[in-house]
Design a protein around this ligand. Sequence first.
Ligand code: DHB
Ligand code: FE
Length: 279
Amino acid sequence: MARIIGGIATSHVPAIGGAIAKKKFEDPYWKPFFDAYPPAREWLAKTGPDVAVVFYNDHGLNFFLDKQPTFAVGAAPEYVNKDEGWGLPTIPPFPGIPELSWHIIETLVADEFDPVSCQEMAVDHGFVVPMQLLWPGRERPIRTVPICINTVQHPLPAPSRCYKLGQAIRKAIETYEQDLDVVILGTGGLSHQLDGERAGFINRKFDRMCMEKIVDDPESLARYSIHDLVLEAGAQGAEFILWLAMRGALGGHVKQVHANYHVPISNTAAGLLVLDSAA
Ligand code: DHB
Ligand code: FE
């Protein structure tokens, strides 16, 4: 049977992709940010997952405002990165695992979640940047199931709904017959607002509270509304629902392996959290 070994949440700011392309790892602005990632990679090297299920949001590359699914699950043999207009070089495709994707889709539909199934899916910085941070060498490319949650066009799904989606994904993984070790990623966040009167808004206190509570008391965070999240964390801070989906998939007790909080990266409070399910 497949099993979940743990989860990682990380911000996905596009400028990180630019800094990786230009190898700015020792640059004074970037160094404190990049220095937070070796412990996450060491945990991945130690636990050696076969598959990454990635909760992320598309920012207009694969879905635009004319067609915006609340939940979409990738079921493609590979996921292609395309130019989004940020000036980032595109990187090679990521291998999929369509059999597991279809098992997840079937389980979700039976569970009264109704995702869009995508046999083709281009992936943007929301997916690609975390993958580059966590598997920079790609010596043994990990297979992925991208799960896209709408955070760009209201109405957005409630935090509680995303947490329950995570729980449903756990059920799907645990009933998959093949022996696979699965890591769950949640990308995006923490507080940020990219436009409007509050552009540049950061809320350290709220972010720190979220990073703490998501470990042992995620249900208290799942009780926030989208409106609360926008108010407390900024319009794009609502991406925190992706972290909650990840945490929902991990189930009850988890052990925090590593955490980092760094302000700012571009306009964003960058968070990183590594949670181990074995505990
Ligand atoms: C930034 C952050 C994001 O999450 C995003 O999708 C785009 C830009 C930023 O801070 O620049
Ligand atoms: Fe984003």
